[in-house]
Design a protein around this ligand. Structure first.
Ligand SMILES: O=C(O)CCC(=O)C(=O)O
Length: 251
């Protein structure tokens, strides 16, 4: 298991910079993963009550920003074993800003997280084995060095009669697909074991791959971060430091 003192090796840093992602193996133990899965299943089944708990039926059953009301998830967002690897990727201090727990694969079309959260990167924590059966992450290696579609390219403002979902499907996802084609390289599926963490750059083109066995559980916690120094934050949610402190800081 990774230690709290371990940052990235020079080879890992180079891989991350070139490819835009990196798998850290066995960051969490099997016992830690199992405890988390049980927690999420207990909440899902109503065996455990937690004020604020709710699930969205969007890109597979998922929860959004659970760390704001669940200390279990907050502890993972700012877990000491992730501090140094994230700081190495950013080249500076990270702050946790968002979490999404996925009960199942998302089949989310290809996108770039920095469209939604400028300056961000992710630590995607697999709590069970994730492979082609339950819908792994699919990434285009090196697309972190290509073009980023921003809100200037595809405004978030809705057209008359348009929903957010239509804005995404008709205007945003096609724009990303265009960049994917321009980049001209293949996408790869990233298979990981329970306890592994995929670090990835917010410019990386990625999504949820096809699920071969629909209905299979795929517990994964996607945690998002921005550099502490980032002024590029326009939401009124708290930003969490790894020492547990939080601040409301936005433009
Ligand atoms: O977990 C997935 O299937 C997709 C996750 C994702 O796209 C994200 O975290 O931005």
């Amino acid at each position: 298991m990774a230690s709290e003192k371990t940052g990235l090796t020079p080879a890992q840093k180079t891989f991350y910079q070139e490819n835009g992602y990196l798998v850290l193996e066995s960051v969490f133990s099997q016992v830690e993963c199992q405890r988390f899965v049980e927690h999420m299943e207990d909440l899902h089944a109503g065996r455990k009550q937690l004020e604020g708990f709710c699930q969205q039926d969007k890109y597979g059953a998922r929860t959004f920003n659970q760390h704001l009301y669940d200390p279990f998830v907050l502890d993972l967002l700012i877990h000491p074993r992730l501090h140094k690897p994230l700081a190495d990727c950013f080249g500076g201090e990270p702050e946790g800003i968002q979490t999404m727990h996925f009960y199942e694969g998302s089949e989310h079309p290809l996108h770039q997280d920095q469209y939604y959260l400028p300056d961000c990167m992710s630590a995607w924590m697999a709590m069970v084995r994730v492979d082609e059966n339950n819908g792994p992450l699919i990434v285009q290696p090196g697309s972190n060095r290509g073009r980023l579609i921003t809100k200037s390219d595809v405004p978030m403002a809705l057209l008359p009669g348009e929903t957010y979902e239509l804005q995404q499907h008709n205007r945003y996802f096609p724009a990303v697909k265009q960049v994917f084609l321009e980049n001209g390289t293949d996408a790869v599926q990233v298979m990981v074991n329970a306890g592994d963490v995929i670090l990835f750059d917010g410019k990386l083109i990625h999504g949820g791959a096809q699920i071969l066995k629909p209905g299979t559980r795929r517990h994964a916690l996607a945690c998002h971060y921005i550099p502490y120094a980032s002024e590029n934050w326009e939401r009124d949610w708290p930003r969490f430091s790894f020492d547990g402190s939080r601040r409301i800081h936005y433009q």
